[in-house]
Design a protein around this ligand. Structure first.
Ligand SMILES: Nc1ncnc2c1ncn2[C@@H]1O[C@H](COP(=O)(O)OP(=O)(O)OP(=O)(O)O)[C@@H](O)[C@H]1O
Ligand SMILES: [Mg+2]
Length: 265
């Protein structure tokens, strides 16, 4: 394993074009277009109910979109079966982790590798995830349901890695975790990206952590992308500072706050 990060290529590994998904009459995402380049960490920021989880579920085939197309590594995967999509090299770490509570940590990891037949590779990857999350090695025989929330998040990420994916979809890893644990998990997500070259699409309400960890970001509001840029640029934008990073400034921005309306620039 090399410590030198693989270069981010301009070629998109994932491409959504005008994707619309709904729950009955409720349109959850409306015309979402985004791209994730190979070996980068991209993030979708959005508050409660913005449609972040819906985007990820639509990519991984859990929800079929009403409109639009999704390409992964140049192939159309729109509305394909979730198991087919995993086999193509796309793993999803769902919101709320969803580990198998009555299976051991070890068996949860094996579940992540169910599409693989290379037993040596699987054994190597179990050691690799124990390298990232040593606590899982200590708890390997324990039922996953007895792990803490943070440990379950580590297991969910590890289970996704066990499929040896090209792209991981990561749904709000900070949910319910302390700031310290959130920081630890984000650091390891960045290490996984840098060391293995795994491309990551992360959705988060925690804009501070997500913008620091990611290369490129999208802002989602009511199911629509309202802004996109490099995370370095997004971190400097007044609207992002004010509404997502909780940094308030005096002067013009202070006046604007009273209008209670977001103006995206
Ligand atoms: N199963 C469902 N049935 C009906 N409406 C749903 C369902 N799941 C989500 N929604 C609605 O779709 C919209 C987008 O929800 P989604 O879960 O994608 O948001 P989110 O950005 O992930 O929010 P959070 O940060 O709270 O996880 C919301 O208005 C939500 O109420
Ligand atoms: Mg969500």
């Amino acid at each position: 394993m090399s410590a030198v990060p693989p270069p981010i290529s301009d070629q998109p590994v994932l491409k959504l074009s005008n994707v619309e998904s709904a729950y009955g009459p409720i349109k959850a995402i409306r015309g979402v277009s985004l791209q994730v380049r190979r070996s980068e960490i991209a993030t979708v920021l959005g508050s409660n109910g913005a449609g972040k989880t819906t985007i990820l579920k639509t990519i991984s085939g859990i929800i079929d979109p009403r409109k639009g197309t999704i390409e992964f590594k140049g192939e159309d995967i729109t509305a394909k079966d979730p198991s087919f999509i995993v086999q193509q090299g796309l793993s999803h770490v769902p919101e709320g982790r969803e580990v198998f509570p009555l299976l051991s940590v070890h068996d949860n990891l094996l579940m992540g590798a169910y599409t693989r037949s290379d037993r040596d590779g699987v054994a190597r990857d179990i050691e690799a995830v124990f390298g990232y999350f040593p606590i899982l090695k200590e708890r390997t025989a324990q039922d996953a349901g007895l792990l803490s929330g943070g440990q379950q998040q580590m297991l969910a990420i590890s289970r996704a890695l066990m499929a040896n994916p090209d792209l991981i979809l990561l749904d709000e890893p900070s949910l319910g975790l302390s700031p310290k644990l959130t920081k630890e998990i984000f650091e390891i997500v960045v290490r996984i990206n840098r060391e293995r070259g795994t491309t990551i699409l992360l959705v988060e309400q925690n804009a501070n952590m997500a913008l620091n960890a990611s290369d490129y970001g999208y802002v989602l509001e009511n199911g629509r992308i309202v802004m996109e840029d490099t995370c370095a640029h997004l971190r400097e934008k007044d609207d992002i500072k004010e509404f997502y990073l909780g940094m308030k400034e005096d002067g013009v921005r202070g006046e604007r706050r009273w209008k209670k309306k977001k103006t995206w620039r």
